[in-house]
Design a protein around this ligand. Structure first.
Ligand SMILES: NC(=O)c1ccc[n+]([C@@H]2O[C@H](COP(=O)([O-])OP(=O)(O)OC[C@H]3O[C@@H](n4cnc5c(N)ncnc54)[C@H](O)[C@@H]3O)[C@@H](O)[C@H]2O)c1
Length: 439
């Protein structure tokens, strides 16, 4: 198969590299010339474990290339994937489809012969039909089908997710397009990946329903954690106790400062917006959005309360800024709520993140960036863990204690053992695991 990825961000690059790994001929196109020029020099514009190697291997094998012009590439393609961004629209929070529709018009002008145009971007129900309409209007003679193939990969584990997905969802309405999509994903037959073939609207709704459900699960356990804190229960044991029930499942039951990232916040908003438009309000999802936003804001107050009601003049060491570990993605990260609120309350912030500091420096003001986690702890009055990077779990608490001005930790990801930390003399607070009460 000859494949074009339009948009070479997290999804486009990973999908392009993995399709090339499947053995297809892939061209990743992006309108950002700097991104493409870096890729052509073998430099990766994002941090995603394993991606550098996979890109290099497939470029070397002649199956993968990069460009800014989709003209020739689209003309020769069997399938063109749209993997451009669909951020929340300013003002109302609906998905901004400007990039998707612009890509559709550009693709339309370049089509030659039968081609399948696939929306891989997360797009509200009805977008596939609109993409088809735009292509038809731009090039009435074009021979094409539109397919919806939402992507479920997780940043930080994107390659594994793409190469061994739980399932592939394909919204397709012609046999010809279905045959092309089956050929694109044929290598996954070997590992018996379930393929859910359905209509376009169903595929579009499936993506949003999946993300909204996961966001709900996180928000649910976060609220249970609040309850645990009040009544002396341990949320980890509660999560295990309910998660071992096969109907519930153990994943996504880890409490924290609230979900962020490039998908859940905008996708829950877009789903709620679409649903209201068609008068089928998703009130649970609306509640999840509200509860989560309030939670992210409340986390700074948790730190301030922990410090006795004021952080004025204190130095706060922050561990982790990205919305989750193993990515450099800062989009809608909880740190973007927590850090400015602590600064507004008079604290000085010294932060460390293994991969996110370049991006964070663009989004946060007046933060001193440390070279290591220990440097962030150096002279700190309190240490706040915001992202659960694996390397933080291995930090030596004794060394942290020595480095800090006061041995105080607010662990918003529950990466440390409370008994151990308290035993070592830390004043330690985490989420949903209150200090033991005397009998
Ligand atoms: N990031 C994730 O974890 C993830 C997971 C599943 C689905 N998605 C969805 O996939 C889509 C892409 O997300 P992302 O995180 O990769 O976004 P991104 O912002 O990292 O990348 C989008 C890229 O598209 C490029 N682009 C925009 N218009 C273009 C055009 N007309 N021609 C060529 N390039 C163009 C941009 O320059 C950018 O590089 C979104 O709809 C997102 O919701 C993302």
């Amino acid at each position: 198969m000859r494949i074009v990825m339009v948009g070479s961000g997290y999804v486009g690059l990973v999908s392009g590299a993995c399709f090339a790994q499947f053995g297809h001929d892939v061209i990743c196109v992006d309108k950002d010339p700097e991104k493409i020029s870096r890729l052509c020099q073998g430099k990766i514009p994002i941090y995603e474990p394993g991606l550098d190697r996979m890109l290099a291997d497939n470029v070397r094998a002649g199956r993968l290339s990069f460009g800014t012009d989709l003209g020739d590439a689209v003309a020769a393609a069997d399938a063109v994937f749209i993997a451009v961004g669909t951020p929340a629209r300013r003002g109302d929070g609906h998905a901004d489809l400007t990039y998707v529709y612009a890509a559709a018009a550009e693709i339309a002008s370049a089509l030659r012969g039968y081609t399948v145009v696939v929306t891989k971007s997360t797009v509200p129900v009805g977008t596939g039909r609109e993409v088809a309409r735009i292509i038809r209007e731009t090039r009435p003679s074009a021979e094409f089908d539109v397919v919806s193939n939402p992507e479920f990969l997780r940043e930080g584990a994107a390659i594994e997710d793409f190469m061994k997905p739980d399932r592939v969802v394909i919204g397709v309405e012609s046999t010809r397009a279905r045959d092309v999509m089956a050929a694109v994903y044929r290598p996954l037959n070997l590992i018996q990946t379930p393929m859910v073939f359905t209509n376009i609207e169903t595929a579009e709704v499936t993506k949003y329903a999946g993300n909204a459900f996961l966001a709900t699960k996180i928000t649910f356990i976060n609220e249970v954690a609040d309850l645990c804190e009040k009544v002396g229960a341990d949320v980890h044991d509660v999560a295990r106790g309910i998660g071992l029930d096969g109907r519930i499942g153990r994943k996504f039951l880890h409490p924290g400062p609230g979900f962020g990232g490039s998908c859940f916040p905008k996708d829950t908003l877009a789903l709620a917006y679409t649903a209201r438009e068609v008068n089928a309000p998703q009130t649970i999802v609306e509640q999840v959005i509200e509860v989560n936003n309030a939670r992210k804001k409340r986390m700074a107050k948790k730190v301030i309360d922990f410090c006795g009601g004021s952080v004025t003049g204190l130095t706060i060491g922050v561990l982790g800024l990205t919305f989750k570990p193993n990515t450099d993605d800062m989009r809608d990260a909880p740190s973007l709520d927590i850090v400015p609120a602590l600064q507004a309350a008079g604290a000085k912030i010294v932060a460390f993140d293994p991969e996110g500091m370049t991006e964070a420096a663009r989004m946060l003001e007046d933060v001193a960036f440390a070279k290591t986690a220990y440097d962030a702890a150096n002279g700190a009055d309190v240490l706040v863990v915001i992202t659960e990077w694996h390397e933080f779990r291995g930090l030596d608490p004794r060394r942290l204690k020595q480095a800090m001005r006061q041995p105080r930790i607010v662990d918003l990801r529950n990466i440390f053992n409370p008994d151990e930390m308290r035993g070592l003399g830390f004043v330690y607070e985490c989420i949903g695991r209150p200090a033991p009460r005397p009998y």
